[in-house]
Every structure is written in structure tokens, then in C-alpha cells.
Write a protein that binds this ligand. Structure first.
Ligand code: NDP
Length: 313
């Protein structure tokens, strides 16, 4: 039997966008309920030092920062549920949101802050060895490979940052870049170039990750010279970008071809009135904690105006 609860404002996701929306919604007395999702705190919980978030002059660890966000949201009465949203029905208001595949919540307004997740190469060997030497989070798993040789694929800021992180723990880090240049910012590139135990391999395509029960090596192909070679590594890290966590909204909300939710410019409004989107789920350009937080604030203000206009708040 469905157990139904009716809330004014339901927030899906608990990264900087979700928590900021919660702080604003709670202070506006919208009595927000937040469904925190499978990775409470979001991507910042798998990062280390955050040095560019205003208000932390000495920097802060990502997980600690998200704890601060959580405490601030709870201080004003946000009701946080440590569960996940399994499906939604936005065909009519109040909107139906199913939590943990069993509990239905009816919501007058919904704020989507589901963020984004790491992308994978899509190789069968990558899937088979995931958790056995293959990882998409150097900060989470790098420790297991200290004093060993590892490879990381990607040429963006994430790959550069994670390669530098791994270089502190590992003996050698091969950075596999598919083009003949890095996409990472100049500052991050310089950090990589100045780290002696990072070896950049350009024009590298990963053919296969080798090993039966754990990673033993990686077979790479040089797209210029057409040469194949095997690197002996015990860890293989993937850092090739992210995809938005928006699958459960497919067919219901407008999104672009990559799945990023479309919002009406200058607002957090989606194509369904009363449903708002913020953070990385709708932003493929900036993707920063501070921009996510800013858009979370917008979503709460938009939701408050919507509820007032509907006579629901
Ligand atoms: P990006 O999209 O910027 O970079 C992805 C990288 O992975 C590119 O080098 C891309 O290659 C490569 N790539 C993509 N698909 C494949 C594939 N199938 N095989 C091999 N390589 C592949 O993602 P990031 O996660 O690095 O960064 C996302 C955003 O977050 C950026 O705006 C970035 O600046 C920001 N960021 C900022 C940080 C900071 O300031 N400290 C830290 C981390 C991220 P190609 O270049 O050939 O397309």
C-alpha cells in the first residue's frame, strides 16, 4: 500500500544546489523535505581541498564543506530523508515523487538538484574490473595504490587534478590523453608538467584494461603512430567528464541531447510549472559549487513565488 504524504516543497538532491535551495526554502517557511539521494552531499564528498569557495579563506575539505551546508539547512528546519527518488510523475499537480520505490510523496513544488556523475569509457574490461583497480575517483581510491604505478585517462581539469593527487601517493602516474594537447586550464597543466612522476602520453586510446581479478595493465593505442603498447599498472582511473543525473525525468522534462535539464533563461523554471531545476543537473558550462549554490537559491525563490501565486503558501 502506498503511504502518501503531502509537502509544499520537495528538494531532490543534496549537493550545494540542493542544500542552498533548502536553506532558502526553510527560511521562507516552505517546510522543505529533502531526499538526499544515493550520494549524500554529492560530488564534493569525493573531492579533497576546495580553495575557490568564497568564505573559506584557508580552503576546506569537500566533505567538511557539505557537512556545513547540511547543518545550515537543518538549522532552519529542513527535513532530510536519507533515501533516493526512484520515479516521478509530473503529469499533474501535486506532483508524485516515489521514494525508495515504495513511498509516494505528493509535492506542490519540486526542486531538482540531482547533479551529475562521472562518465566511463564503456569498455567491457573497465566494467568487469570496476572496484578491482578501476575507479572514477582518485581521491576515494588512490590510497589503495600508494607506491604503485597507475594510469589515468582524460585531459581536462579533473584528470589533471586527480593525476596530481595520485602523483603524491603513487610511484608513477601515466596520464592518457586522447588528443595531442590537454584541455585543462593553464594552471592545472603547469602543475602536471612540473610533477616529475606524471608521464603524459598523448594520442592515446585505451583499448583494454588487462587482468583477470584485478588490474594488471592497460593496452593503449597511439592514434598517430598506430602503435600498441601495454603499460604495467595496478590502478586505472577514469576522469573524462560527467553526465547529468536526470534519467528519472526523461519524457517528463525538457532536456538537451546530453540529458541536461533545460531551464527558462534567467530562471530555474523547467517546462512544467512548479518544477524547478538547479545545479549541475542543468548546468554543463560552469559546474562549480558556488554556481550550483547560486542556482539553488534561485530555485527556492522561484518555488516560493510559484507557491504564493498559486495560493499555496
Ligand atoms: P572536461 O569535459 O573538461 O574534460 C574531459 C576530458 O576527458 C577531455 O580531455 C576529453 O578529451 C577527455 N575525454 C572525454 N571522453 C573521452 C574518452 N571517451 N576517452 C578519452 N578521453 C576522453 O571534464 P572535466 O571533468 O575535466 O571538467 C569538467 C568541468 O569542471 C570543466 O569546466 C573544468 O574546468 C571544471 N573543473 C575545474 C576544476 C578546478 O578548477 N579545480 C577541477 C575539476 C574540474 P578532449 O579534450 O579530447 O575532448
Amino acid at each position: 500500500m502506498d503511504k502518501q504524504e503531502h509537502v509544499k516543497c520537495l528538494i531532490i538532491g543534496s549537493g550545494p544546489a540542493g542544500y542552498t535551495a533548502a536553506i532558502y526554502a526553510a527560511r521562507a517557511d516552505m517546510k522543505p523535505v529533502m531526499v538526499a539521494g544515493l550520494q549524500p552531499g554529492g560530488q564534493l564528498t569525493i573531492t579533497t581541498e576546495v580553495e575557490n569557495y568564497p568564505g573559506y579563506p584557508k580552503g576546506i575539505q569537500g566533505p567538511e564543506m557539505m557537512e556545513d551546508f547540511r547543518k545550515q539547512a537543518e538549522r532552519f528546519g529542513t527535513d532530510i530523508r536519507w533515501s533516493y527518488v526512484s520515479s516521478v510523475d509530473f503529469s499533474k499537480a501535486p506532483y508524485k515523487v516515489v521514494v525508495d520505490e515504495k513511498t509516494t510523496i505528493l509535492a506542490d513544488s519540486v526542486i531538482i538538484a540531482t547533479g551529475a556523475s562521472a562518465k566511463w569509457l564503456g569498455l567491457p574490461s573497465e566494467e568487469r574490473l570496476n572496484g578491482f583497480g578501476v575507479s572514477a575517483c582518485a581521491v576515494c581510491d588512490g590510497y589503495f595504490f600508494r607506491t604503485q604505478d597507475v594510469a589515468i585517462v582524460g585531459g581536462g581539469d579533473t584528470a589533471a587534478e586527480e593525476a596530481s593527487y595520485l602523483a603524491k601517493l603513487c610511484k608513477k602516474v601515466y596520464m592518457l590523453v586522447r588528443k595531442d594537447e590537454l584541455r585543462a586550464s593553464k594552471a592545472m597543466q603547469n602543475r602536471v608538467f612540473n610533477t616529475p612522476n606524471i608521464e603524459l602520453i598523448y594520442n592515446a586510446e585505451t583499448k583494454e584494461i588487462l587482468g583477470e581479478k584485478a588490474v594488471e595493465g592497460v593496452k593503449i593505442y597511439n592514434t598517430k603512430t598506430k602503435e600498441e603498447k601495454v603499460l604495467s599498472v595496478t590502478g586505472f582511473f577514469v576522469a573524462i567528464g560527467h553526465q547529468p543525473n536526470t534519467d528519472i525525468f526523461k519524457g517528463m522534462l525538457d532536456m538537451d541531447e546530453q540529458g541536461y535539464l533545460k531551464t527558462i533563461p534567467g530562471s530555474s523554471r523547467t517546462n512544467i510549472q512548479g518544477v524547478f531545476a538547479c545545479g549541475d543537473a542543468q548546468d554543463k558550462i560552469y559546474r562549480q559549487a558556488v554556481t550550483a549554490a547560486g542556482s539553488g537559491c534561485m530555485a527556492a525563490l522561484d518555488a516560493e513565488r510559484y507557491l504564493s501565486a498559486q495560493g499555496l503558501h
